[in-house]
Design a protein around this ligand. Structure first.
Ligand code: NDP
Length: 313
C-alpha cells in the first residue's frame, strides 16, 4: 500500500486531508508529517505547500513531492530544496474550471468597467458608464497555455471572445490562435484587447510585464494577472493605468502577498484586487488528483504535471 505523508497546511488541517483521502482513495495510507512516530521511507509520497527549510533533508529521501499549488517557483527557488526529487504540480479538472471562471469574470468586469460601479456604490452615486466592447468584439490574449492557460483560452473561446495565446513551443488549440516564442511576442501583444498572464515564474518571465512590454498592447487594453506578482514591474503597471495605456487591471497575484495596507494598488481607481483566490480546488478535488498521480507513479507512468527543474516549471 502506497503511503502519503501530509505536510501541507500544518498539523491543524491534517484531519481535513485525512477525511478527503479516505473518501477518494481508501487504500492509500495517509499519515501526518507532524506525528512524532512518522518516519519517512524512500517509497513515500509527501504532500507539501511551502515546507520549512528544516524539512528539506527529510524531503530529499522521498519518492516524490506533490505540491498543493500549480506554481512551484517558491520551492525551486528555495536554497537547499531537494530539486532532484520528482516534484508534481497541482492539477485536475476543477483547478482549470475555477481559473476559467475567474478569468471570464475578470474579463467581463473589465469590459463593463465594474470597478467604476463599485466606487460609485461606495459613494451612493448613480451614474451610467458607456460600454465600448462586447465579448464577440474583444480579442483576449492568454500568456502561458499550459494546464491552466490552455483551459482558460479554450473556455474564453467558447464564451465568445476572440482568443489568442502565447507559449514557448508551437501547439494547436481549438478556437485559439497560438503564437510561440520570443519572436512572436510583439504580434501576439498587438492582438490583445485584454491580456491574461498565466505564465509560471521563472528567470525568463519575472519582470516581463514592463513599460516597453505594455506599450506593445493596443492602447486602452485591460490586464488580468493570475500568474505571479513577480511578473509585473509594479510602477510601470501603475504608470500605464494613469496614462491610458491600460484601461484597467484585475490582480489576483501581487508582490508581496499579503499586499501591505500602504500599497497604492489597493486604492487605485482602475484596479480590482483579489487575494490569490483564482483557482484553489477543494481538498476533496485536490485529494482525488493527488491519488491519481500516486496511482500513475506506482504503475511507473510519468505524471503530466511533473515539474522540470531545469525549465523552472
Ligand atoms: P504550466 O507549467 O502547465 O504552463 C506554463 C505555460 O507557460 C506553458 O504553456 C509554457 O509554454 C508557458 N511558458 C513558460 N515559460 C515561457 C516563456 N519564457 N515564454 C513563453 N511561454 C512560456 O502551468 P499552469 O498552467 O499549471 O500554471 C501557470 C501559472 O499559474 C503557475 O505557474 C502559477 O504561477 C499560476 N497560478 C496561479 C493561481 C492563482 O490562483 N492565481 C493558481 C495556480 C497557478 P510551453 O507549453 O511551450 O512550455
Amino acid at each position: 500500500m502506497a503511503r502519503l505523508i501530509i505536510s501541507a497546511d500544518g498539523p491543524e488541517k491534517f484531519d481535513i486531508w485525512k477525511k478527503a483521502f479516505a473518501e477518494v482513495a481508501p487504500d492509500l495510507s495517509v499519515l501526518s508529517w507532524y506525528e512524532s512516530q512518522t518516519r519517512l521511507q524512500p517509497s513515500d509520497y509527501v504532500l507539501v505547500w511551502s515546507p520549512e527549510a528544516d524539512h528539506y533533508p527529510a524531503l530529499a529521501t522521498a519518492k516524490a513531492i506533490l505540491c498543493t499549488g500549480a506554481g512551484v517557483d517558491h520551492l525551486l527557488n528555495a536554497p537547499g530544496f531537494p530539486r532532484h526529487i520528482p516534484l508534481v504540480r497541482m492539477g485536475g479538472e476543477q483547478t482549470g474550471q475555477l481559473m476559467a471562471d475567474y478569468v471570464t469574470w475578470a474579463a467581463i468586469a473589465l469590459l463593463r468597467q465594474a470597478r467604476t460601479w463599485a466606487l460609485q456604490q461606495a459613494e451612493q452615486r448613480w451614474a451610467s458608464n458607456t460600454i465600448a466592447r462586447t465579448t464577440d468584439t474583444t480579442r483576449i490574449g492568454v500568456m502561458g497555455l499550459g494546464h491552466l492557460g490552455g483551459y482558460v483560452a479554450t473556455h474564453l473561446a467558447r464564451v465568445g471572445f476572440r482568443v489568442s495565446g502565447w507559449k514557448r513551443s508551437p501547439a494547436t488549440l481549438t478556437g485559439v490562435t497560438v503564437y510561440a516564442g520570443q519572436e512572436a511576442l510583439s504580434a501576439f501583444l498587438e492582438t490583445a484587447d485584454i491580456l491574461v498572464n498565466l505564465l509560471p515564474s521563472t528567470p525568463q518571465t519575472d519582470g516581463i510585464i514592463s513599460k516597453e512590454f505594455l506599450k506593445r498592447l493596443p492602447r486602452g487594453a485591460g490586464f488580468i494577472n493570475v500568474g505571479r506578482g513577480r511578473h509585473v514591474v509594479q510602477t510601470d503597471l501603475i504608470n500605464a493605468l494613469n496614462t491610458g495605456i491600460l484601461c484597467g487591471a484585475v490582480l489576483d497575484v501581487v508582490t508581496p502577498e499579503p499586499l501591505p495596507a500602504a500599497s497604492p494598488l489597493w486604492t487605485h481607481p482602475s484596479i480590482i484586487i483579489t487575494p490569490h483566490v483564482a483557482s484553489e480546488a477543494s481538498p476533496l478535488m485536490q485529494a482525488q488528483y493527488v491519488a491519481e498521480v500516486i496511482g500513475q507513479m506506482e504503475r511507473g507512468e510519468k505524471p503530466a504535471l511533473l515539474c522540470d527543474p531545469q525549465r523552472g516549471y
